[in-house]
Design a protein around this ligand. Structure first.
Ligand SMILES: O=C(O)c1ccccc1NCC(=O)[C@H](O)[C@H](O)COP(=O)(O)O
Length: 223
């Protein structure tokens, strides 16, 4: 199966177009006001229309209430909700039922103990996104450009598809994939010149590296 590539935190028509033309599978839109990548509902509507089914639209929210999710459904009409807060298993079930969309649960990782939540989420989520656990005083729970120890996932036996994120860039994603055996990669900071400003050349380089990585990791595993 081919690797899923997601670029998160897109916020301009130009960089969205770069990502789509580069052939990404998922484009992520952040609806979280403290984030430098936060979108208004109006901009979400415009960017969503621009996608025209060339990739899956992912709405990233953090402990959002139903009214907020309703508004996002109305403007972006996402294909997937990425839940990046402390949403419980029951809340995941509720969101899936209420909005009829698959959910990808972000699981923050710093130590092996963080993986204890997986059986609960795996029973309801459609996909897991492993991300670095943000420091306690961070202004947001992700999109900080920090990696976690990928070896924590080395022996993971998860029946659900999972993606890896956190501090990825064109030069380290092959190693992250080799260790974690994830079926997808997700990046935000690693394709930005400064937080919130995507760089077209970095987007292209990331997608190129991701597409080449499958071959590279297979080569490494037969050595
Ligand atoms: O991007 C944000 O500002 C953000 C805000 C709140 C929760 C999550 C957020 N971003 C998550 C992502 O962009 C990715 O899913 C992932 O964390 C990768 O981020 P990065 O380390 O910046 O590549």
């Amino acid at each position: 199966m081919s690797l899923l590539v997601k670029i998160c935190g897109l916020s301009t028509p130009e960089t969205l177009e770069t990502a789509l033309e580069a052939g990404v599978d998922m484009v992520g839109f952040v609806f979280f006001p403290p984030s430098p990548r936060h979108l208004s509902l109006e901009l979400g509507r415009d960017l969503g229309r621009q996608v025209k089914r060339r990739a899956l639209k992912v709405a990233l929210t953090v402990d959002a209430d139903n009214a907020t999710l309703d508004n996002i459904m109305d403007s972006l009409s996402p294909d997937i909700f990425q839940l990046h807060g402390g949403e419980s298993v029951a809340r995941l079930r509720d969101i899936k039922q209420r909005f009829g969309r698959p959910v990808m649960k972000a699981v923050p990782v710093a130590t092996a103990a963080d993986l204890a939540v997986l059986p609960g989420y795996a029973a309801v989520a459609d996909r897991i996104l492993f991300d670095a656990r943000a420091p306690k005083d961070a202004t947001r729970p992700g999109g900080l450009g920090a990696p976690f120890d990928w070896h924590l996932l080395e022996k993971l036996d998860l029946k659900l598809p999972y993606m890896v994120s956190g501090g990825l860039h064109a030069d380290n994603l092959t190693e992250a994939l080799r260790i974690t055996r994830a079926s997808g990669v997700d990046v935000s900071s690693g394709v930005e010149s400064v937080p919130g400003v995507k760089d077209p050349e970095m987007i292209k380089a990331f997608v190129r590296a991701a597409r080449a990585s499958k071959d590279a990791s297979q080569e490494l595993s037969v050595r």
